[in-house]
Design a protein around this ligand. Structure first.
Ligand SMILES: [Zn+2]
Ligand SMILES: [Zn+2]
Length: 130
């Protein structure tokens, strides 16, 4: 089942996830250039509210060769889940954190009042660089 685009980690987060696994393929353990590592989604994940945080149970960071193999001669969902269970707990936590960070909508700090920004006459004389 293809994972909806909105849940796919963006390019920046893919890099952060690759960094979290030490730039190693989670199947063959070979170190890989960051741009070569791919995120594999294990079939069976169901979208739903608050499920994004669970998504780390359903992804594997793979080199292109292992990724192809997983798709060509699919190992069972259970085997793929087993691979995820081997993940270092610290790494799992980090991936979870990365995936969660994307879901948080941007909010301006409370102290910033855009109204004030526009209405206050600037105390700084023109021509000053501040
Ligand atoms: Zn591999
Ligand atoms: Zn895949």
């Amino acid at each position: 089942m293809p994972v909806p685009g909105i849940l796919r980690p963006g390019a920046v987060n893919v890099r952060r996830i690759a960094c979290a696994v030490g730039y190693r393929c989670e199947i063959c353990q070979h170190e890989c250039a960051v741009h070569l590592l791919e995120i594999h989604y294990i079939p069976g994940w169901e979208p739903g509210p608050c499920r994004r945080e669970d998504l780390h149970h359903w992804i594997l960071v793979l080199c292109p060769r292992c990724h192809r193999e997983v798709h060509n001669c699919p190992c069972t969902k259970e085997e793929q889940a087993y691979l995820v269970s081997l993940r270092d707990p610290g790494v799992a936590r980090e991936i979870r954190r990365i995936l969660r960070s994307r879901s948080r909508p941007y909010s301006a700090p409370d102290t910033f009042d855009p109204e004030r920004f526009f209405s206050d006459p600037s105390p700084v004389p023109w021509g000053w660089v501040v």
